[in-house]
Design a protein around this ligand. Structure first.
Ligand SMILES: Nc1ncnc2c1ncn2[C@@H]1O[C@H](COP(=O)(O)OP(=O)(O)OP(=O)(O)O)[C@@H](O)[C@H]1O
Ligand SMILES: [Mg+2]
Length: 274
C-alpha cells in the first residue's frame, strides 16, 4: 500500500482535481484505490457523489479512536473507494475538538490497515491511498503528511502559487522532522496552465529552474474539459467523448511518472512492487 498526500497551502491549486483524476487512471490500470478526503470543504467527496451526507464519518473515527475501514464507501467506479469528509472535521481543524494521538492519529489508522488489524470493507487490500488535504498548513494536513509515504504537490505556477509552494515545502520538512522522517516529495505537478502564453511558459520555467527534477515532466493544461469532468462526477479517463481524450492522457502520463517514482513495475493487472 502506497500512501500519497495531495497538499498545497495555495487554495485552488488542483489538489482535489488531481486526486480525483489520479484515482481514475490508477483504477484504470487495475489498482485498488482508496481516497481519503480530509478537507472539510468536501470537494473530493462531492466530485464523486455530488452533495452528500457521510454516514460513518471520518471525524468521528478520528475522535473516537475507531477503525477507519468502517468509514469506507464505494464510488460509481470499480476499485475506487472513498472515506468522505464531513462537517466534524471543521472542529478538528480549528482545534475546538481534540483528537487523541494528535498529529499521528491518521497514521495510526493506516498502520492498523497495514497490519491487517483493520479489514473493514476490504480496506487492507488497497494498493494506493490518496489523501486530499485542505488549503492550509494545519492539524489535518499534518495528519495527512505524518501518515503518508509521499506528498504530491499540485502547483499553480503564478506568482502567488510559487510563494505558497515554498511555504508548503517548508511544512513538508517539518512533517519529516517531527513525525515522518521517511516522507518523500513524489513530485510537483504544474497545473491549470496554458503553455501557449508567454506568461505561463515563463512561470513554468521559473518553477522548473527552482525545483528541477522534483517537477513532473507531465503538465495538466487549463481546460474547461477538466471542470466538466469533475462537475459530471466522472474522472476524465472515464468520460465519453473524443474531446476528453487529450486530458485523460495527461493524467495517464502522470500515472506513469508516479508509478516509476514510487517504484512500481507497470503491469495491467498484476502489479508488483519492485
Ligand atoms: N487543468 C484545469 N483546467 C481548468 N480548470 C481546472 C484545472 N484543474 C483544476 N481546475 C479547476 O480549478 C478549481 C480548483 O481546483 P481544485 O478544487 O482541484 O483545487 P484545490 O487545490 O483542491 O482547491 P482547495 O485548495 O480549495 O482544496 C476547480 O474549479 C477545478 O475544476
Ligand atoms: Mg481541494
Amino acid at each position: 500500500m502506497v500512501v500519497v498526500a495531495l497538499a498545497n497551502l495555495k487554495g485552488g491549486s488542483a489538489k482535489s482535481t488531481t486526486a480525483f483524476n489520479l484515482a481514475g487512471v490508477l483504477s484504470e490500470a487495475g489498482f485498488r484505490v482508496l481516497c481519503i478526503d480530509i478537507d472539510p470543504q468536501k470537494t473530493l467527496g462531492e466530485a464523486f457523489f455530488g452533495v452528500y451526507a457521510a454516514q460513518s464519518t471520518l471525524s468521528s473515527v478520528l475522535i473516537e479512536d475507531g477503525l477507519i475501514g468502517t468509514a469506507v464507501q464505494p464510488t460509481n467506479f470499480a476499485n475506487v473507494h472513498i472515506i468522505p469528509a464531513d462537517d466534524g472535521l471543521k472542529a478538528i481543524k480549528s482545534g475546538q475538538t481534540q483528537i487523541e494521538g494528535g498529529e499521528l492519529r491518521l497514521r495510526s489508522c493506516l498502520t492498523r490497515i497495514k497490519a491487517n488489524v483493520d479489514r473493514h470493507n476490504n480496506v487492507n487490500q488497497v494498493d494506493w491511498v490518496l489523501i486530499d488535504c485542505p488549503p492550509s498548513l494545519d492539524r489535518l494536513t499534518m495528519n495527512a503528511l505524518a501518515a503518508s509515504d509521499y506528498v504530491l504537490i499540485p502547483v499553480d505556477p503564478g506568482a502567488g502559487g510559487r510563494g505558497a509552494l515554498g511555504d508548503t515545502i517548508e511544512y513538508v520538512y517539518s512533517a519529516q522532522k517531527w513525525y515522518n522522517p521517511t516522507l518523500k516529495i513524489l513530485g510537483l505537478l504544474i497545473n491549470n496552465t496554458d503553455p501557449r502564453t508567454v506568461y505561463d511558459q515563463t512561470t513554468q520555467e521559473l518553477v522548473r529552474e527552482t525545483y528541477g527534477e522534483l517537477v513532473f515532466k507531465t503538465i495538466v493544461t487549463a481546460s474547461v474539459r477538466v471542470r466538466e469532468s469533475s462537475e459530471a462526477q466522472v474522472p476524465l479517463v472515464f468520460c465519453e467523448g473524443a474531446e476528453f481524450v487529450r486530458y485523460a492522457n495527461m493524467y495517464r502520463s502522470l500515472r506513469s511518472e508516479v508509478l516509476q517514482r514510487a517504484g512500481w513495475q507497470r503491469g495491467v493487472n498484476g502489479q508488483e512492487k519492485s
